[in-house]
Write a protein that binds this ligand. Sequence first.
Ligand code: LIP
Length: 275
Amino acid sequence: MTDEPGDLMETARLLAREAGDFIAAQRSSVRVAHTKSSEVDVVTEVDLACEALLRQRIAHLRPGDGILGEEGDDVPGTSGITWVLDPIDGTVNYLYGLPNYAVSVAAVAGPPRTRDWTAVAGAVYDGLGTMWSAARGEGAWRDRTRLVRHDGPGSLATALIGTGFQYVAARRAVQGRLVAQLLPQVRDIRRQGAAAVDLCLVAAGHLDAYYEHGLHAWDLAAGALIAREAGMRVGGLGDEPPTEELTIAAHPAVWDELREALIAAGARDLFAGID
Ligand code: LIP
């Protein structure tokens, strides 16, 4: 098995499907194991078991690779490839029996704890059983159908925008004020509850754009590659890669308008001074 994007994508698909089938089988008995940043930032026992499964499979399939997972310790590698894992993105949806959740698996080159990593391959296996995937420079797929750039909206005023909110009340308050300013400028807002799903929906044209403050690498690594390889633009407020500060994924037809509207609504340094 090589480090070529196509080979890494096949491994990401295999891992995401095995993990997705595992969590689907556990849904009837899901229990909260603990909370993190707030009482509503839950980790279920299935999150933990799923990440353990992914780590075990990666150690077997790709023993020299590193691992960065949402729920466990970093594992350094020697190959230059790190697997960035979200065992359940959309944990609250999973806990409540809602479909918008996914397993997100990405292979990145470079140090994953900095902004210097590059996604080489990724797979997002969602709660509806759809496998989204991409290999850098080779395209993106919904199951086995190649995603091609669709026609975008004529303007921001007719654009359907996805977003999400943090688990800490003080952050949600400023995010709520921002989305309230954006709402009258767009067709409508959708809040799926899983960044990886949002990014795949942008890739397929089911959303015209998505933005969110405060995402981690594991939320966005696979989905951002899928959106980019489907012809969407993905970044922060400038041309820099998406960061924990702000992730924007948009059809190129509305990128500039959305960016300007977000800046006008206070998107730059939104969490400044908030713990
Ligand atoms: C979720 C993100 C989502 C965000 C949620 C939550 P988790 O990740 O994917 O975009 O709006 O608040 O952070 O916690 O389910 O892995």
